[in-house]
Design a protein. Structure first.
Lengths: 305, 327, 396
C-alpha cells in the first residue's frame, strides 16, 4: 500500500473519529455531570439529521439546516430532560438503560410516523463539495476536511467552556460532588437541563453533518450510538479528554483495520478468503480493542475509579 | 397484600389454562405464542439471576441466547445433511435429539459466559453494562460474516428436533415440554436463591464491602452466578431456535439483549416469576398493539417508560407490594 | 410519460403523501383487501412484509403494489397483511399464525432472503403455496426448489449477472467490485464475476450496515480501476453514492437496481445521475399493462412505483389469473395455473423456468432527472431471456 493511500486512510480515520467525538462528548458530559447513561442519544442524532434535511429542503441553505439541527436537537433534548430524564438521575443504571431504550422506540416510530419510511435527501453545500489537493499530492474531500476542522473546534470550545467559564466551573463541581453544588445555592436543575441540551445539540450537529454524506433515515442513530459508547468506555466515562482520545483511537482502528486486515491476510491465504475473513475480523476489531483496554485499565484510558 | 408465592402459582396456572383453552378452541397459534412467552421467560430467568439477584446489569445476554440457538442449528443441520460435525481428532456427528442439543447449548454458553464474565467482572457499573454490550456485538458481527453456517441468512431446520416419547411438532406437546423445562429451572433457581450461595450473592449485591469483610470472594461468587445465568439463557436459545426451526444472527443483536431486560423490568426485578409475567405481557402487547397500529412501538415505548418511572417492581412487584431492592 | 402528468405527480408526491399513508394504514389494519360480496372468500392470501424498522419503505411498496392489483381485479380474494419487523423469528411466527389461525392458502410478501429462507421451507412443507415478490435465495432455486414455491421477481444472482454482462459491453477491463460481507453480498460478487470477462482491480467486502465509505473510496482511487460495480442495498447505497460523487473520482459505475429504486433515488439526489443499473423492470417499459400500472399506482398512493411495487403487482395478478382458472383446494390444478403464468406482466413477456423462477429480459437503466424527480430510463438490454444457473440442479 502506497504512503499516499495510507495517509489518506489516516485522514479518513481521523474524520470518522472526530465525528464520533461529537456524539461521545455529549454522552460523556451527561454521564460525568448527572451520572446518567443515555441510550436515547442516538435518537437526538437522528432528530438533528431530520431537522437539517427538512430545513434544507425548505430553504435550500445548508447553514440554516445546521442551525435547525442544533436548535431542534437542543429543544428535544431539553424536552425529554424536563419530562423524563430528570426523574432518572437518582435511579440505578438499569432503570436509566430501560427508560432511555423506551425513548428510542418512541422517537424512531414517531419520526417514521411524521416523515414516512423513505430516506430523506440532504446534500452538502456546493462550496464544500469536491476535493482539495493537500501537500504531498493527496486529493481529499473538502467536506470531510471541514468535518475534521469543525470537530476539533468543538473539542477546543468544550475544553474552554469547562476550564474557563462559570458554567464550566459548576459542571466540574457537579462532577465532583453533586450534593455540594446544590448546597452552594446553584440551581442544579437548570444546570442539568442546560448540560443535557448541550449534549443533545452536539449529537444533532453530528447527525446533520453526517447526514449530508450518508442516508437520513429512521434508525440511523443506533450504530453510531453503540460506537459512541465504545468510545467513552475506552476513553474513561465522564472525561472529555478521554472521549477525544477514544474517538480518534476507534476511528483509526476501524478505518485502518478495514483496509489493512484483508491485505495482511492475503499474504498467507487465498485472496477471496482473505477478503471475507479479513473483513469479518475488521468488523469485530473495535470491540476487541475495547475489551483489551478494559482488561488492562478497567476504568478506561482517562477514567477515574 | 398478596404473598408472592400465590402470585407465582396463579401466573404458572394461567399459562397452562390459556394453552389448554386454546387447544380446546382449536387456536394453535395461541399455543405457539404461549410457547414463545415461556421460552423468552426462560431466557429472562437466566438474566434475572445475574441482574436481579447479583446486581450485574448485563447488556449482552443475547450472546448466550444466540450461542444456544446456534448449538441447535449447527448440530441439527449436520444431522439433517448426514455430515459429521468434525472428523479430526475424533468423529463428532450432528444430532436431532433435544436432550443432547440442550446439553451442548448449556455447556457452550456456560463456557462463553465464563470467558466474558471473567473479563467483564474486572469492571463494574456502567463499564460492566457497556463491556457486556460490546462482547454481544462482537459475536453478532462474527455470526453475520462467518460463512460456514449461513451468515446473515441463518440456518433453517426443516423439522423440529426430537424428544423421546413426544411429537414435538404438535404445538401443545412442544409447549408442555418447554413449560416443564421452565418449571424445573424455576425450581432450581428458587432453591439456589435460598442456598448459602444465593444469600451471599444477594448480600454482595446489597453491600459489597460487608460481604468482603465476612470473607466472601465476591468476584468468584459473581462469576459463578454469571456462568449459571448465561447457561440458562443459552438453554432458552436452543428452545427458541427449535420453536422457529430456524436460527440467525438476529438472536445476537443488541435489541435482543434489551428485550430480555425489558421482560424482567415489566415483570419485576429479582422476582421468581417476574420474567414469565413480563414476557407474557410483552407478547400480548406485541401481538395486539401490532394489530391495532403500524406504529405500535410508540405505545410499547410509552408503556415501558411508565413502568420504569412510576410502577417500579413491575407486575409481580406491584401485586405483591413488597419492595425487593435492586440497584 | 408526458411532462404534464409528471408535474402532477410531483405535487402529488408531496401533498398526497399524508393521505396515502393514512389510506394504506387503514387498508393494512382492516385485515381485509377485497373480500367477496357474500363475505366468503374463495382464496385467502397472507402477505408478510416489513412495515417497521429498516427497509419499511420497501415493505410499503410491496404492500401497495399488491393491494392495487387486488383492488383492480381481486374479487373474492382476501388478503391479510402483517409486519415482520425485518426479524426472521417474527416472520416465522407470523407464517405459523397465518397458516394455523388464519388458514391462508398462499403466503407472499417477504423482502429479505434471510427471512424467506426462514419461512419458505416450512410453508411449503405444510402444503401451502409461497410466491416470492422479491427475494430469490440460491438455496431455493437449485436442489432446494419446491413445487409449491414460485419466484415472481428474480433469482438473487440475476441482476448482478446482467451487470457483469453490461460491464463487458461498457468496456470495463479492470473493474473494482464491492458488496457487504453477508451471503447476498457474496452472491452478488459471484454473480457479477460469472458474466464479467475483464480483470479485477480490487474486490472488497464492507461491513453490513456500514455508512462511511471513505476508506473504500480511497482504495478505489488508488487501485487504477476503470469501472466500479457495487451492490449496497438501501441506506448503504445512498451513503456510498453521495460520498463517491464527492470524491472527485470519475469512473463509470454499474450496479443492480436495488440502490436505484424510486424510493431511494430522491434521497441520493444528483449523486446518482448517469449511473447505470440493471433491472428486470422500469417504469418506461413500453406496454399497456405497465403504463396503466405506473399511472394507477401514482394516482392511488401519490408516488411513483418502484421495482418492488411492480414485482408485488405482478405477483398479485399471477394469483388472480390462477384463481380464475382453478380452485386453490385442487392444488395440482392451481399449481398448473400458476406455472402457466397467464397474466399481463408489467415486464411484458414473463414465463417460468423448470425451477419456477422467471425467465426474463434484464434491462440496463440510467438514472435521469425528470422535472424535479430522479428516476430511471432504459438504455439497453443486459441479458435476454435469462434464466438462473441453478435451474439445472432443480429436479422439477
Amino acid at each position: 500500500m502506497s504512503t499516499i493511500l495510507l495517509i489518506e486512510q489516516i485522514l479518513n480515520g481521523l474524520q470518522f473519529g472526530v465525528m464520533l467525538f461529537l456524539m461521545a462528548a455529549g454522552l460523556t458530559l451527561i454521564f460525568g455531570v448527572m451520572g446518567l447513561i443515555n441510550l436515547a442519544h442516538g435518537a437526538l442524532y437522528m432528530v438533528g439529521a431530520f431537522a437539517a434535511a427538512s430545513m434544507a429542503a425548505w430553504t435550500g441553505s445548508f447553514t440554516l439546516a445546521l442551525i435547525a439541527a442544533l436548535v431542534a436537537a437542543a429543544m428535544f433534548g431539553a424536552l425529554i430532560e424536563l419530562t423524563v430524564i430528570r426523574r432518572l438521575y437518582k435511579r440505578d443504571h438499569l432503570d436509566q438503560v430501560l427508560a432511555t431504550f423506551a425513548l428510542i422506540l418512541v422517537f424512531s416510530e414517531a419520526t417514521r410516523w411524521v416523515f414516512g419510511s423513505f430516506p430523506l435527501f440532504l446534500d452538502m453545500p456546493d462550496a464544500l463539495s469536491g476535493t482539495v489537493m493537500l501537500p504531498g499530492g493527496i486529493e481529499y474531500s473538502k467536506y470531510r476536511l471541514t468535518i475534521i476542522i469543525i470537530g476539533l473546534l468543538v473539542a477546543l470550545g468544550l475544553f474552554l467552556l469547562i476550564a474557563r467559564t462559570r458554567v464550566g466551573m459548576r459542571i466540574r463541581a457537579g462532577e465532583n460532588d453533586r450534593e455540594m453544588i446544590g448546597a452552594l445555592g446553584v440551581d442544579i436543575s437548570i444546570l442539568y437541563t442546560m448540560v443535557f441540551a448541550l449534549g443533545a445539540a452536539l449529537a444533532g450537529l453530528s447527525g446533520a453533518l453526517v447526514g449530508a454524506i450518508q442516508s437520513v433515515e429512521v434508525g440511523m442513530g443506533e450504530p453510531v450510538l453503540i460506537l459512541a459508547f465504545v468510545v467513552i468506555v475506552i476513553g474513561g466515562i465522564g472525561s472529555i479528554k478521554g472521549a477525544l482520545a477514544g474517538a480518534i483511537l476507534v476511528g483509526l482502528t476501524d478505518t485502518l483495520g478495514r483496509t489493512l486486515l484483508p491485505v495482511l491476510f492475503s499474504t498467507f491465504m487465498d485472496a477471496s478468503a482473505a477478503t471475507t475473513i479479513g473483513s469479518a475480523l475488521a468488523s469485530m476489531l473495535i470491540y476487541i480493542l475495547m475489551a483489551g483496554v478494559l482488561i488492562f485499565k478497567p476504568t478506561g484510558l482517562f477514567g477515574s475509579a | 397484600m398478596i404473598r408472592e408465592r400465590y402470585i407465582n402459582a396463579v401466573i404458572l396456572a394461567l399459562m397452562v389454562i390459556i394453552s389448554i383453552a386454546a387447544l380446546w378452541m382449536d387456536e394453535p397459534f395461541t399455543i405457539t405464542l404461549a410457547t414463545k412467552a415461556v421460552i423468552l421467560a426462560l431466557a429472562a430467568v437466566g438474566l434475572n439471576l445475574a441482574l436481579g439477584q447479583g446486581g450485574l446489569v448485563s447488556f449482552g445476554h443475547a450472546a448466550y441466547f444466540g450461542v444456544g440457538g446456534y448449538a441447535m442449528g449447527i448440530l441439527a443441520s449436520h444431522a439433517q445433511n448426514y455430515t459429521p460435525l468434525m472428523e479430526v481428532p475424533f468423529l463428532i456427528e450432528g444430532t436431532n435429539q433435544m436432550p443432547v442439543i440442550w446439553l451442548v447449548a448449556v455447556v457452550a454458553s456456560a463456557l462463553l459466559a465464563l470467558v466474558i464474565g471473567a473479563l467483564s467482572l474486572r469492571t463494574s457499573g456502567v463499564y460492566f453494562i457497556m463491556v457486556t454490550l460490546a462482547f454481544g456485538q462482537m459475536l453478532y458481527y462474527f455470526a453475520i460474516s462467518w460463512p460456514a453456517y449461513g451468515g446473515e441468512d441463518g440456518l433453517s431446520i426443516y423439522v423440529r428436533n426430537e424428544f423421546p416419547g413426544l411429537n414435538t411438532l404438535v404445538p401443545i406437546q412442544f409447549f408442555g415440554l418447554c413449560f416443564a423445562v421452565l418449571c424445573v429451572v424455576l425450581f432450581m433457581v428458587h432453591r439456589l436463591n435460598q442456598s448459602p450461595f444465593g444469600l451471599a450473592l444477594m448480600g454482595a449485591h446489597q453491600n459489597e464491602e460487608r460481604a468482603r469483610t465476612v470473607g466472601i470472594n465476591v468476584t468468584r461468587l459473581r462469576l459463578v452466578a454469571f456462568v449459571i445465568s448465561g447457561a440458562i439463557t443459552g438453554l432458552a436459545g436452543a428452545l427458541f431456535a427449535d420453536l422457529n426451526r430456524f436460527v440467525s444472527p438476529v438472536m445476537f443483536d443488541w435489541h435482543t439483549s434489551g428485550q430480555i431486560m425489558i421482560f424482567i423490568i415489566l415483570g419485576g426485578v429479582a422476582r421468581l416469576c417476574g420474567p414469565l409475567a413480563g414476557a407474557s405481557l410483552y407478547i400480548i402487547l406485541e401481538h395486539y398493539l401490532g394489530g391495532l397500529s403500524e406504529y405500535w412501538q410508540i405505545y410499547l415505548g410509552l408503556i415501558l417508560l411508565f413502568v420504569v418511572l412510576f410502577a417500579k417492581g413491575g407486575i409481580v412487584g406491584g401485586l405483591a407490594r413488597k419492595e425487593v431492592r435492586h440497584g | 410519460m408526458c411532462p404534464e402528468t409528471q408535474d402532477r405527480e410531483n405535487t402529488m408526491f408531496t401533498t398526497l403523501r399524508w393521505s396515502a399513508l393514512g389510506v394504506a394504514t387503514a387498508a393494512a389494519m382492516s385485515l381485509a383487501g377485497v373480500a367477496a360480496a357474500d363475505g366468503h372468500a374463495k382464496l385467502k392470501v397472507g402477505l408478510i412484509t416489513t412495515l417497521t424498522g429498516g427497509g419499511a419503505g420497501i415493505g410499503a411498496d410491496i404492500r401497495d403494489g399488491f393491494m392495487l392489483a387486488m383492488k383492480q381485479g381481486g374479487e373474492g380474494i382476501e388478503v391479510v397483511v402483517e409486519d415482520d419487523q425485518r426479524k426472521p423469528d417474527i416472520a416465522v411466527q407470523l407464517a405459523d399464525k397465518m397458516i394455523q389461525s388464519e388458514k391462508v392458502d398462499i403466503l407472499t410478501g417477504i423482502i429479505w432472503s434471510n427471512l424467506a429462507l426462514a419461512v419458505v421451507p416450512s410453508t411449503t412443507a405444510q402444503g401451502k403455496f409461497y410466491l416470492s415478490p422479491n427475494a430469490g435465495p440460491t438455496q431455493l432455486a437449485g436442489r432446494g426448489c419446491h413445487e409449491n414455491y414460485f419466484n415472481v421477481a428474480w433469482q438473487n444472482d440475476n441482476l448482478h449477472e446482467a451487470a457483469g454482462a453490461h460491464a463487458n459491453t461498457a468496456g470495463f477491463k479492470n473493474a473494482f467490485i464491492l458488496a457487504p460481507n453477508y451471503p447476498a453480498g457474496q452472491d452478488a460478487l459471484k454473480g457479477f464475476k460469472r458474466m464479467y470477462e475483464g480483470e479485477l482491480a480490487g474486490e472488497l467486502y464492507t461491513k453490513l450496515g456500514q455508512t462511511d465509505y471513505a476508506a473504500e473510496i480511497a482504495q478505489i482511487r488508488a487501485s487504477g480501476a476503470d469501472g466500479i460495480f457495487f451492490f449496497l442495498p438501501g441506506g448503504m447505497g445512498i451513503s456510498f453514492l453521495k460520498q463517491y460523487a464527492d470524491s472527485g473520482i470519475d469512473l463509470p459505475v454499474v450496479g443492480p437496481a436495488f440502490s436505484f429504486d424510486q424510493g431511494i433515488l430522491q434521497a441520493v439526489g444528483d449523486a446518482a445521475l448517469g449511473v447505470q443499473n440493471t433491472s428486470q423492470w422500469s417504469k418506461d417499459i413500453d406496454n399497456a399493462t405497465n403504463k396503466a400500472f405506473v399511472a394507477d399506482f401514482a394516482a392511488a398512493y401519490g408516488r411513483l412505483p418502484s421495482l418492488y411495487a411492480s414485482q408485488s403487482f405482478d405477483t398479485a395478478n399471477l394469483i388472480i389469473s390462477a384463481a380464475a382458472k382453478a380452485d386453490v383446494k385442487d392444488q395440482d390444478a392451481f399449481r398448473d395455473a400458476l406455472r402457466a403464468a397467464d397474466f399481463n406482466s408489467t415486464r411484458g413477456d414473463f414465463k417460468f423456468g423448470n425451477n419456477q423462477h422467471p425467465i426474463q429480459d434484464i434491462y440496463v437503466r440510467e438514472v435521469i432527472k425528470e422535472g424535479d424527480i430522479f428516476t430511471n430510463k432504459i438504455i439497453g438490454t443486459g441479458l435476454t431471456d435469462h434464466q438462473d444457473v441453478y435451474a439445472a440442479d432443480c429436479k422439477l
